[in-house]
Design a protein. Sequence first.
Length: 134
Amino acid sequence: MTKYIIQTDNAPQAIGTYSQAIRVEHTVYLSGQIPLVPATMMMVEGDIAAQITQVFNNLQAVAEAAGGDLSDIVKLNVFLTDLTYFPLVNDIMADYFNEPYPARAVIGVGALPKAAVVEMDAIMVLKPQEYPAS
């Protein structure tokens, strides 16, 4: 089994001992993204909607670096420090995904890195034409 590290400057750099994503054959495992702005590595300014949007933008950048896009995500995990934001996640997610939507879990957590209120990770399966040569 060969693993390929996915890395892009268009998403926040890892702030710990992990990779932005790892590709094994057609499957890409995207690490958790919080609402960091890649250029500054600071939390995005604004409300929770801005944070959710930034997380989707970060996931999109990593998905593209892996040779796919958000439509290739088959499983999405959403972590929220306040589950009252669940409907807002759905609203914003509709701007990024079309049916069929990925399988998804939304989990309430006590805290997230850098005091973020949202984090998401994903599993993506690349279509054969998207499978980059490595």
